[in-house]
Design a binder for this molecule. Structure first.
Ligand SMILES: Nc1ncnc2c1ncn2[C@@H]1O[C@H](COP(=O)(O)OP(=O)(O)OP(=O)(O)O)[C@@H](O)[C@H]1O
Length: 257
């Protein structure tokens, strides 16, 4: 289980998280939605200790992340796959080497075991034949899938996906969505997905949380969020424009006119 408890985080004078609390249970895929710059990426970076809270706590499997020794933090990171927004593959390495990198770093498997894991991970993302290719030879969508393969090669308990479908065409996005569902259903991976794409949120989420002004605004099943009566949630999920400083209700009027 992953739990944020009243997390505050500022960068200089800029207060980003202002008492964010959220519980992510085992086996679920929690989608986090919210306006740009509201702190979604900042929140999930706390899970792997890339950021530390100014106040509040982040717990993973009963461990308080900011109080772990370096060694325990590395062990925790081994259980958490992180798929970054820009599937940052190393351009000078083959796809196979990219996927193997985390396993080599862990130093626990023999070369033949690593090869087997890389093959397995690439088949799981339906890219069995790209091992010896270079990243530049692949499309953006394929590179995202390689990023997911690299995460699952470590057989993580959790995967954090930061905007996995941003910049992809609808068909490729649907492939990535299907893959995230597969990770949960077939491998039992617990996921957290940050996305702006509501179609993707409804497809992959077992629950959806909305972050607003550094706090949890709403959390619920897909159905609950789709039927939310909170005007801010409605405005966001319906993608309605509003002018800064105007209320959500003015947004409704503007759309209707
Ligand atoms: N290391 C950092 N130093 C200073 N400011 C930061 C740092 N990381 C994030 N921020 C700021 O915190 C705010 C929240 O950023 P974050 O990336 O979490 O937003 P987000 O909700 O994920 O947005 P988006 O949907 O656009 O990715 C932004 O204003 C960002 O500039």
């Amino acid at each position: 289980m992953i739990e944020f408890k009243n997390v505050h985080k500022a960068f200089g004078p800029k207060q980003v998280l202002r008492g964010f609390s959220l519980q992510v249970n085992e086996g679920e895929t929690m989608v986090i939605i919210g306006y740009s710059g509201t702190g979604k990426s900042v929140a999930i970076k706390h899970i792997v200790g890339l950021l530390e809270p100014d106040e509040g706590e982040v717990w993973v499997d009963g461990l308080r992340v900011d109080q772990l020794s370096r060694k325990d933090l590395y062990a925790l990171r081994g259980r958490i796959g992180y798929v970054f927004q820009f599937a940052a593959l190393f351009d000078s390495m083959t796809i196979g080497e990219n996927v193997a990198m985390g396993l080599r770093k862990q130093g626990e498997l023999s070369e033949s075991e690593i090869t087997a894991r890389v093959d397995e991970a690439l088949s799981l993302v339906d890219l069995p034949d790209v091992k010896s290719r270079m990243p530049a030879e692949l499309s953006g969508g394929m590179r995202k899938r390689v990023g997911i393969a690299r995460a699952i090669a470590l057989r993580p308990k959790y995967i954090l996906y930061d905007e996995p479908t941003t910049g992809l065409d609808p068909v490729t996005s649907a492939t990535i969505d299907a893959l995230m569902v597969r990770m949960r259903e077939q491998l039992g991976v617990t996921g957290i997905v940050i996305t702006h794409d509501m179609r993707s949120a409804y497809t992959v989420g077992t629950r959806i949380a909305m972050l607003y002004e550094g706090q949890l605004r709403a959390v619920g099943t897909v159905d609950e969020i789709q039927h939310s009566t909170d005007p801010l949630v409605r405005q966001f999920i319906e993608g309605r424009a509003t002018l800064e400083g105007t209320s959500a209700l003015i947004g409704v009027a503007a759309t209707a006119s």
